[in-house]
Design a protein around this ligand. Structure first.
Ligand code: FEO
Length: 596
């Protein structure tokens, strides 16, 4: 087979292999690619598996048409490509072997140090002149062994990519590339995403017309498709939206739960649902699907005070390969002392950026009515984003979207002429930079609004993450009309005479109001900055940080009604009036949520 006028394919197909690398099923066989470059000098790119010595040497002899190879370029020392270095050198003893220093060390280990007499160590970025063709070597450690390099031929714009861009399957069994290339990549190189990304970055600087991998077909059309898939896999990004359910079931109860979940997901608009019975499926396919799709449900039984063996093996395959950046949900089954949920979650604890579903399905032997509700809730949780992204199913009036706006938290200080006052606000934004102008919006119910409207000045104290809950209680949950929020405090003042906080702030700005905008319930003060001090480099307190780390959990146990998301005040009752104002923090009904 000709790749270009000077480059010929001399590899072999393998239909005898039962398990590639001793573990991967390859129903369509395997191929071990090798290439010949005919120029003023002649170079052979890699050898093949040990069982194909004579077939490969025959291919080579025929393609050489009487010429002798000057170089054997060894890009990768895994035996599926290197096993015939010795037979090659017995046939062509004058050839020079070109490889990385690490590859030569492995060659000596595999064949003894006497075998390779003529050796040339490749440099990273170094070149080899063949005549019209100049080969440039690019080291690609851990794609898939540490000694790997790839080779670029600038004359014909060919990248010899070693294991990268390979796939399972022999060349005489054409099949779609993506699925078997994914199973190959995730199974064999999946752990080394960072290293594969490095190679892709280096390849991005090359003008490539053809990719010649060591497995699978030569790629010479639509290279963008293959490179994009490799970028997706190497960066652990989601390739396809959908849910994979990986499960084991001993007596069929867990399977029933899986089937019910699949039905609910389908009804919920999940774009793709794939279920793998881990005792029966091809494990490498289940693993590659877990990396392909955005969400994974793990369903298994407690077994010998652990989890079912196939699930344990499956999770080990994920963690070994740096599984990350996915949503994971759990369904456990246990007739006594259930532990599966806890163990599955612990086994994934080393994975980065996993989001665990809030709803967990806990089956005790067989599915109960409560389990059916749990399954429905889990399906709703997993389908929420799919529904929101669809014009047909989206709730287009979901005002909880407002809660997703990022806010900081501040203490605005002012003085009514008799005493200092301070108020927690989150509605602060810089609105222009030339000049620097800040907008501060305050609820008219707050005494500070009245004071600042009268005086036209305030200090903006930017809270840091060090601020304890007592700061929010003091400045947020009582009115300055009746309380002295600075009683007993040592006071420091800025040049405008207003107090500034001495603790728990990273910066303070003095503001002078230049414009007031009446917003109905609130007033917006547009202000010039008259003074600005940085106190520390501690991170600013955000609304999200406050909720996650500062605010105590509200005492909602056993209560029915609504809880204020700002301060935790609990309103007990069937319905919350639309005009309800939190008596503690003065936030409105929109900041309440039902007690679950
Ligand atoms: Fe195809 Fe890593 O060997």
């Amino acid at each position: 087979m000709k790749i270009s006028n000077d480059i010929l394919y001399v590899g072999v197909n393998d239909h005898k292999v039962d398990l590639f690398e001793g573990q991967y099923k390859v129903p369509n066989g395997m191929c071990y690619n090798s290439y010949l470059i005919l120029d003023e000098k002649v170079a052979v790119m890699d050898t093949v598996d040990q069982r194909f010595t004579h077939e490969w040497l025959d291919n080579l002899e025929s393609a050489l048409a009487g010429r002798q190879p000057d170089y054997l370029i060894v890009q990768h020392m895994e035996p599926d490509h290197s096993a015939n270095i010795d037979s090659f050198l017995r046939t062509y003893p004058n050839a020079i072997v070109v490889a990385t220093t690490k590859a030569f060390a492995m060659m000596d280990n595999f064949f003894g140090s006497d075998l390779v007499r003529n050796r040339r160590a490749a440099e990273n970025g170094g070149t080899l002149e063949l005549g019209r063709h100049t080969l440039t070597f690019v080291f690609a450690p851990m794609v898939h062994w540490p000694e790997v390099m790839v080779t670029y031929d600038s004359a014909d714009k060919v990248l010899f990519s070693a294991d990268a861009f390979g796939k399972f399957g022999a060349l005489d069994r054409p099949e779609p590339w993506d699925d078997e290339a994914r199973r190959y990549y995730i199974g064999i190189v999946g752990k080394y995403g960072a290293q594969a990304m490095n190679l892709l970055k280096k390849a991005a600087g090359l003008d490539i017309a053809t990719i010649c991998p060591l497995h699978g077909p030569v790629l010479d059309k639509d290279l963008g498709h293959y490179i994009k898939l490799y970028q997706t896999w190497a960066s652990y990004s989601v390739e396809t939206e959908g849910v994979v359910i990986a499960y084991t079931s001993v007596y069929g109860h867990t399977r029933k739960a899986v089937e019910l979940l699949a039905d609910k997901l389908r009804q919920g608009g999940c774009p793709k649902i794939v279920a793998h019975d881990l005792a029966r499926t091809d494990m490498s396919l289940a693993v590659s699907d877990a990396f392909r799709y955005g969400k994974l449900v793990l369903a298994t039984t407690t077994y010998n005070a652990d989890i079912y063996p196939f699930m344990r093996e499956f999770i080990d395959h994920l963690t070994e390969r740096n599984f990350q950046g996915r949503t994971v949900a759990f369904m456990e089954n246990g007739s006594w002392a259930p532990m599966a949920y806890k163990i599955m979650k612990e086994k994934l604890s080393s994975c980065k950026n996993l989001t665990f579903a809030e709803n967990v399905v806990r089956i005790k032997s067989a599915i109960s009515e409560a389990n059916k509700e749990e399954i429905t809730a889990l399906a709703q949780e997993l389908c929420k984003d799919y529904q929101a992204l669809s014009s047909e199913t989206a709730n287009k009036n979901d005002m909880t979207a407002l809660f997703k706006i990022g806010y900081g938290l501040y203490v605005v200080t002012s003085n009514d002429g008799k005493k200092d006052n301070g108020l927690i606000v989150n509605t602060v934004a810089q609105v222009t930079s030339q000049p620097n102008r800040i907008a501060v919006t305050i609820n008219k119910m707050n005494y500070s609004h009245h004071v600042i409207e009268q005086t036209g000045v305030m200090n903006l104290n930017i809270l840091s993450e060090e601020a304890p809950f007592s700061v929010f209680e003091n400045f947020g949950f009582q009115s300055g009309r009746t309380a002295d929020k600075f009683a007993g405090e040592e006071l420091t003042r800025t040049d405008n005479g207003l107090v500034m906080l001495r603790k728990y702030v990273n910066a303070v700005m003095s503001l002078k109001v230049i414009q007031y905008i009446d917003l109905g319930t609130h007033g917006m003060f547009i202000c010039d900055v008259t003074e600005a001090r940085v106190i520390s480099n501690a991170p600013s307190m955000t609304y999200a940080f406050y909720h996650a780390h500062v605010k105590p959990k509200p005492a909602t146990e056993g209560k029915k009604g609504f809880v204020c998301k700002i301060c935790g005040y609990v309103y007990e009752g069937e319905t919350l009036p639309d005009d309800f104002i939190c008596p503690l923090c003065k936030h409105g009904a929109a900041d309440f949520e039902p007690i679950q």
